[in-house]
Structures are given as C-alpha cells and as structure tokens.
Design a protein around this ligand. Structure first.
Ligand code: NAG
Length: 309
C-alpha cells in the first residue's frame, strides 16, 4: 500500500513538474524551477524572463531569432494599402534593442553605426541615418493582414471563413476584442484573398498589435513560434481546413512615416515600364506614319513632275 501511494505521489509530482517543462507560446523557451519560470535566451548574458500565458513581445522574438542565427540554431485584388501612409516591412529582421517590458526602442541600429527610427511594431519608419538621428515613440494603431489561402477542393462558404478567422484571432492569436476598436474581415473569393484589419484607439499604447501579426506571419511562413508547432494555423470549414499560402502585413502609424523618398516597389516599377513601352510604341508608330507620308508625298510630287513635263 505504502509503495502504491509513493508511486502515485511520484507520478503526481512528475505531472506537476512536467507542466513547467513547456512554454505554450514560445517553443525556444526553457522553463524551470519552483515557482516555475520560463526564460528565453536573447544574448550571451542572462536569459530574458517571459510570460507564457501571453504572446511574447516581437522585440524579444526578433532578438532571440538573431541570437539563434548567430549560434547556428535553426530559426526560420481587394486589399492594397488601406491608406496612403501605410507601408510594409521591406527590411526584414535585425537585432533590435528592447525595453525591459519588450517594447522596441524608438531608435534601432542593428549593432552598427547606421540607425533608423521604428514604430511600436519595430518596422522602420524613417530613412537610415547616423547615431544622432532623433526618434520619438510612435504607435502602430492599425495593422492590415492580407492573407491568400490555398485553393480548396470543397466549396468555401465565405461567411464561415470570416467567422473562423475572427475566432483564430481571439483564440490562437490571443487578441482580446475588448482591447481593440475593430477586427474587420473581408473576403474576395476569386482572388482567394482574406483581408483582416485590426484597429485600436490611436491613444492606446498598451495593446500591442505587433505580437499577433508577427505570430501569424511566422505561421503562414510555416515557422510557427508556438510550442506545439505541429498544430498549424488552419481555419476549419465544412468539408476540411483552409490553410494560408502567403501573407502581407501593412502597418499604419499614428503619424505618417518620414521616408524622404519611398523606394519604388515592384508594382510601381512594372507600371512605369508598361507606360514607357506604350509611349515608345506610340513614338514608333508616329515615326513610321511620318515616313510613309513623306514617301507618298515625294512619289506624288514625282508623278506631277512627269505629267507636267
Ligand atoms: C542587421 O545585421 C545583420 C547581420 O549583422 C544583417 O544580416 C541584416 O541584414 C541587418 N538588418 C538590417 C535591417 O540592416
């Protein structure tokens, strides 16, 4: 009997202890101790303590990714711009400086002498400059997630898909609907495009929209950050699950970005090329018409001369 009780106690202790062994929202975290504490290595110094009941701040995640890359550990239409001042992240990952609470510092230098200003999502919103560049904290209050889903064999009910996305935002991406002004989902069936607008109050500097957009970005790129990375981001609909093929994230800040000249994006370059080709074709047509007219004119002139003589 005593042995049996002892066995139960051992199993019980084991179960309790094993609950400390994983961090639901971060697969690279290590959990240990009593009370259980989870940490994430960001540098060679003390690992960052994290709260695994919430999504981990994007700044910590980016820093952890850079650190893992350095250590050679594995890491990784409707729509368009919602407003003229919206922009996408063209720079990709860098080694960010984070505040103690996981917010991005307004100035980022990627361990070099070249610095730039970022918004609260850590995305560059100024030209690159030197270490003396002046940056102020700027909130990203609106995030547009443009998702394209994979083609499905079954008939897709748009409303069901929209509800599924709304549910995923709340459950998988832990977005509290009370903390934002709206979560708007639009669906274009022919384009297989799902556009999710998440907008919070401009004055709200507590709600962090960059976490859920970063987790979703990683999910769609099939590099999930969650502990259970077998469980992918899928939207259940009648007859199966819908999975995503690509994602584009637009950021809208409370203040417009200060790029002096935004880089020409592929789309604009394509438009310019097409316009140039049309102009060139027009010029060629004019040139040949003019030559033909001139040729006819000289022929006519020749004939007139003949009749005259
Ligand atoms: C930051 O630095 C790393 C290497 O040190 C580089 O690979 C990366 O492109 C840099 N990122 C930016 C945005 O400058």
């Amino acid at each position: 009997m005593k042995i049996l009780i002892a066995l139960f106690v051992v199993i019980f202790v084991d179960v309790v202890a094993s609950q400390c062994l994983q961090c639901k929202t971060m697969k690279w975290a290590k959990c240990d101790g009593d009370p259980c504490e989870c940490t994430l290595p960001l540098a060679d110094t003390t690992p960052q303590s994290i709260d695994c009941t919430k999504l981990i701040p994007k700044c910590f995640l980016m820093k952890a990714e850079m650190y893992r890359a350095k250590k050679n550990l594995s890491t990784r239409s409707i729509g368009g711009k919602p407003v003229e001042t919206a922009f996408v992240d063209n720079d990709g990952i860098y080694d960010p400086e984070c505040e103690n609470d996981g917010k991005f510092k307004a100035i980022q230098c990627n361990n070099t002498d070249v610095c730039w200003c970022v918004n609260s999502a850590g995305v560059r919103r100024s030209d690159k400059g030197d270490k003396n560049i002046k940056c102020e904290p700027v909130e990203t209050y609106w995030v547009r997630l443009e998702l394209k889903h994979k083609a499905t064999a079954v008939f897709l009910d748009g409303d069901q898909l929209k509800i599924g996305i709304q549910r995923a935002m709340q459950e998988r991406y832990m977005l509290d609907p009370k903390s934002v002004e709206k979560v708007d989902v639009k669906y274009d069936k022919d384009g297989r495009l799902i556009v999710v607008d998440v907008i919070k109050a401009k004055t709200d500097s507590v709600t962090d929209l960059s976490r859920m957009s970063y987790y979703m970005e990683k999910d769609v790129k099939v590099l999930p950050l969650f502990h259970n990375d077998k469980q992918l981001f899928e939207v259940p609909v009648v007859g199966g699950n819908v999975t995503m093929e690509s994602i584009l994230v637009y950021y809208v800040d409370e203040k417009a970005p200060t790029f002096t000249m935004q880089k020409l994006t592929g789309g604009i370059i394509a438009v310019i090329v097409v316009v140039s080709l049309i102009v060139l074709a027009g010029l060629l047509v004019l040139f040949f018409l003019a030559r033909r007219q001139k040729a006819q004119y000289s022929k006519a002139q020749g004939r007139e001369m003949e009749t005259m003589s």
